[in-house]
Each structure stands twice: as C-alpha cells, then as structure tokens.
Design a protein around this ligand. Structure first.
Ligand SMILES: NC(=O)c1ccc[n+]([C@@H]2O[C@H](COP(=O)([O-])OP(=O)(O)OC[C@H]3O[C@@H](n4cnc5c(N)ncnc54)[C@H](O)[C@@H]3O)[C@@H](O)[C@H]2O)c1
Ligand SMILES: O=C(O)CCC(=O)CC(=O)O
Length: 355
C-alpha cells in the first residue's frame, strides 16, 4: 500500500460536561456494575469517598493506594481489596496513576473500568497499560484495559494545582505531537491532534494565571481527551520511550518528565517530520515549534515544576545508561536516533532550558 493508512476506532463512550459526575450511578448501571471498588490516590481519598457515596449501593468500598507508574506491589494490594470487597468493577477517580491501576485490574482480573479523569494525562483514552517492577517500566497494549465509559467533568479539575495542570497538559500535548509523526497516523488522528494541541496550548497559559478559569478548564480537558485518543490510536516514538525509561529507572514524576523532555525531542524529530512540523506550526501559530513547546515548559517551571532532569535528581553519570536502555528497545521514530544524538539530547534535558 502506498500513502495509505489504517485507522482502528477504539470503543469509547464519553460523557463530557460540568457536573457530569452526577451521571455516575447511571453509567455504573449501564455497565452492569453492582459492586464497584472506587480507586484513588491517597491524596484524592476525599473525592473517592464522595464518589462512593454517590454510587450508593453500587459502591463496594474505596482503595486509595494508587501510585505513579503502577508498581506491581500496588496492583497486588488492589487485587486483594477487590477480592475482599467482592467487587465486579472499578471506578477510577483521578489522574493517570489511578486510571493506570484500573487498567492493571482490568488486565489481571477482567474488571470493567469506569473512569473519572481529574488531570490531563489522557490515559483513559488508550489501550496502553504500564507496570513497574524492579525499576523497569513495561508497557503493552490490550483493548481489554480501555475504560468502558469515561466521564469528563471539568469541575473535578478545578482543584488541580496550576503546575500539575501545565505539566500534565504537556504530557497530553506529547501524545498529539508523537501521533502526528507516528507511522500509523491517519487524517482522523491528525484532526484530533491539531484540535487537541490548539485547545491545550490556548488553555494552559490561562490556567497558569488562574487555575479557577472555568473556560480554560473545559478547553484543557477537551484537549486532553483528544490528545489521549491520538495516543490510543497510534504507536509512540522517542519521546514516550525516553520518558518511560527515565520514569522506570529513577521513579521520576511522569508529567514533569514529559514537560522537560518534549521540546528537546521536538527539536530533534520535527526536521525529519515535515508534515507534523507544518501542522504544529499552523496550530501553535509559530515558525519555531520547539521554542513554542519550551515556552509551555517554562510556564511550568515558573509555577515551581523542575526545569531539568538534574532538578529531578538524575545524576549526569546515569545518562549513558538511559541511552543504552532506549537504544536497546527503541520505538519507531522519524529521526533515526543514534547514541550521539541521544546523549546530546539527554544532556540538554539534564541541564534544562532549550536545546
Ligand atoms: N497508559 C497511558 O495511556 C497513559 C497516558 C498518560 C499517563 N499515563 C500514566 O499516568 C501516570 C501519571 O498521571 P498524572 O500525570 O495524571 O498524575 P497522577 O495521576 O499521579 O496525579 C498527580 C497528583 O495529582 C493529584 N491529583 C490528580 N488530580 C487532582 C485534582 N483534580 N486535584 C488535586 N489533586 C489532583 C493526584 O492525587 C496525585 O497526587 C503515570 O504513571 C503515567 O505513566 C498513562
Ligand atoms: O508516557 C505516556 O504518557 C503514555 C504511556 C504510559 O504512560 C504508559 C503507562 O501507562 O505507564
């Protein structure tokens, strides 16, 4: 096939709108959940408890042990909670960490997942699961982990701190950027990516200035949905690979790592991906896409996010080990990545700022 494409739509049901949390009991009923375990991080236990109260008899309890990068130990504890509560489904209330735990339960226990995202990570739109064991993060794809229903309520994002709003928004942007040059892209993905990037790039500066901006919250969540759907439909490239290796090896905060790395990968890859570059120039209204992305990263650092890998505690001496791991099992990428380029990129991301 020349210049063709394959697009496989993911089965996704989305309910979007301020106050849409109220539809949860009806969504649980639609999915046939009679005893749903509500999942959250420890920090979001209060919200999870309110969600359990809203579910009433359909709630089987709250498990608040979700952690970033889905450690296997956390999954084991959640499985024990599922067994003890005799749960027949789970409601994941939170960001990518909580949705990721729901996916692990879907994978291992065939439990249906209903997701209420509260960050912009976009995991709820993908069949990608991740698990971390012995400082190594494994990822895979399985349609069985896709949440059966996703309720996007911008009201739940009002409490998301400004810095996390910007970094998790950049995580979502990265999904769209890589989807635009993925080998399995398509016009549907490109349309979602362009709209998602535009929504997020417009909304993040508004949220940085005023996290209470309701229109900004709505636009950012809509952008996160679309960018997440792009990731769900395409294969990931160098950027995601780097973030997974770094995240797994050093237990780094996921969104912050994405925010640091993205402008550097864009600078390396976009010259080899002219169509993606043109689309991003158009939607970001710029002649220099990496610089526009670096401005968003700078927005996050102004709000207190780390500006470079060194600030995240990564030792410079460890960078060759990261490069080795990335090159050992590379993801498809427009620029044929060599060790020299990769080390240059890693050192720049380590220092922080632009390449
Ligand atoms: N599989 C996928 O497709 C995919 C995509 C993106 C991210 N991820 C995964 O998601 C994880 C990162 O997710 P994340 O960036 O959303 O962070 P997160 O879920 O870890 O949340 C970050 C922190 O913010 C808190 N929080 C979340 N929403 C809040 C809100 N509205 N108000 C106040 N506090 C809130 C959480 O409790 C947590 O303490 C990583 O493990 C990453 O690998 C997976
Ligand atoms: O890197 C991402 O943002 C998407 C993939 C991912 O995080 C895998 C996981 O769920 O751990």
């Amino acid at each position: 096939m020349t210049d063709g494409f394959v697009y496989e739509a993911q089965p996704m049901r989305v309910v979007f709108g301020a106050g849409s949390t109220a539809v949860l009991p009806a969504e649980a009923e639609r999915l046939g959940m009679r005893r749903a375990l509500v999942l959250s991080t420890p920090q979001q236990r209060g919200l999870a408890t309110r969600v359990a109260a809203l579910l009433g008899e359909r709630a089987a309890g709250v498990f608040d042990g979700a952690r970033m990068h889905v450690p296997v130990e956390t999954v084991a504890a959640a499985e024990a909670a599922v067994a003890e509560a005799d749960a027949d489904g789970c409601v994941a209330v939170g960001g990518g960490s909580t949705v990721g735990l729901g996916k692990a339960l879907a994978l291992r226990r065939a439990l249906p997942v209903l997701a209420l995202p509260t960050t912009y990570a976009g995991s709820e739109m993908t069949p990608i699961w991740g698990l971390t064991e012995n400082a190594e993060k494994r990822t895979g794809r399985d349609p069985a982990v896709m949440p059966r229903s996703v309720v996007y309520d911008p009201d739940l994002t009002m409490t998301l701190p400004a810095a996390v709003s910007v970094t998790s928004g950049i995580n979502a942007l990265a999904h769209a950027v890589e989807a635009l040059y993925a080998p399995d892209g398509s016009p549907v993905v490109a349309a979602m990516a362009e709209r998602g990037v535009r929504d997020l790039a417009n909304a993040l500066p508004l949220l940085a200035d005023d996290p209470g901006d309701r229109a900004g919250r709505r636009a950012a969540l809509c952008g996160a949905w679309l960018c997440g759907a792009c990731l769900g439909a395409t294969t990931m490239g160098l950027h995601h690979k780097l973030c997974h290796v770094l995240g797994g090896m050093f237990d780094l905060p996921h969104a912050e790592t994405h925010a640091i790395v993205l402008p550097h990968v864009a600078a390396l890859n976009l010259p080899a991906a002219p169509e993606a570059d043109a689309a991003l120039r158009r939607v970001l209204d710029t002649d220099d896409v990496p610089a526009a992305l670096a401005k968003l990263t700078a927005l996050a650092t102004r709000l207190g996010a780390p500006g470079g890998l060194q600030e995240l505690g990564v030792a410079e001496d460890d960078l060759p080990r990261v490069a080795d791991e990335v090159l050992a099992r590379p993801y498809a990428n427009p620029w044929p990545v060599g060790r020299r380029d990769l080390l240059g990129l890693l050192h720049a991301a380590h220092r922080g700022g632009t390449s």
